[in-house]
Design a protein around this ligand. Sequence first.
Ligand code: MRU
Length: 379
Amino acid sequence: MASEVLGVHIEKKNDGVLQAIKYVRGKLELLDQRHLPHVSEYIDIPTAEAAWHAIKDMVVRGAPAIAIAAALALAAELVSSPPETPDAKSTGAYIVERLQYLVSSRPTAVNLGEAAKQLSEVTRTAADQPEASAQSVIDAFVVSAEQMLVDDVAANRAIGANGAEAIVKAATKKEKLRVMTHCNTGSLATAAYGTALGVIRSLHAAGKLETAIATETRPYNQGSRLTAYELVYEKIPAILVADSAAAAFGATRGVDAIVVGADRIAANGDTANKIGTYSLAIGAKYHGVPFFVAAPVTSIDLDIHSGAEIHIEQRDPKELTHANGGRGDPIAPAGIDVWNPSFDVTPADLIAGIITEKGVIYKADGATEFDIPAFLARV
Ligand code: MRU
């Protein structure tokens, strides 16, 4: 199936959603998101090295998509050019080392580290089996990597349903809601459907969405280039605003709820997400607008208690000083110092609820932090 959006020829998957990751066993292709919405082109990713560069250079981005792309790239490499390791143990060690290398591509999102941890576990277990061979270890890895693609879609659909219900409950009792989002958390940031944008999709499907409001998400413009693109593509009513217009939009035209994604959620609920999320949450608090985070449980990092422990990635100053994510003409004078963190941390206190595929996590009455370990122990 194909479609024309913004004058661009785009392929559609059978279920009608944009597809960031195309995979059949032995072959991975990624939609090159650096050139959207003008050019839609898939790039072959035959090796872990190719995936490392694709992640670092933002061919693929979004916490879940990064993790899945890395896992599937290694799977494709292992199938199409298996290592010359002689036995199960050395093959397992090779895979674990490749996973560690992939984790070094982008530091803030926990999903990649978590995927690497799980896949390393699967690999070691396979290598420890009495009859294990190099091939059986590769097979175990490939099957688990492929399962991540399937699991992510299922998780996102559940997040969409849970989030739509939570937002309808929390927002003003209107027939249809205006819901703001930041960055891109849709099909392009996940295996399909999306997290925060999946919640917006679900609200739309339920007839509960008046309009989505997408912030442009400076400096890399994931909102205007990618989220606006997905919304136009899906024919979901939407308005694009500059980041700096978000508070004024809420104050003058009204926003019923805000829902954003997450790159890493600490045990107390502090959430790292795209730079600008924190400002939106502060504005939401001032205006009494419920502010939700939507993410799979793989975005939760129980090893850290609070957001203070999250390592925030700094990006190339050119993203600010040059147009088009650093690839265009200069838009700032040469020689200016630049601070360009990719993410910020929103304190748990500002978050109304964390929407996961296992349910919505709320704070106890009067609490300023979430007790995520207790929630996860219950579900
Ligand atoms: O730098 P990016 O584009 O990878 O940042 C993406 C975000 O911050 C998303 O909100 C987050 O990864 C969740 S995607 C479902």
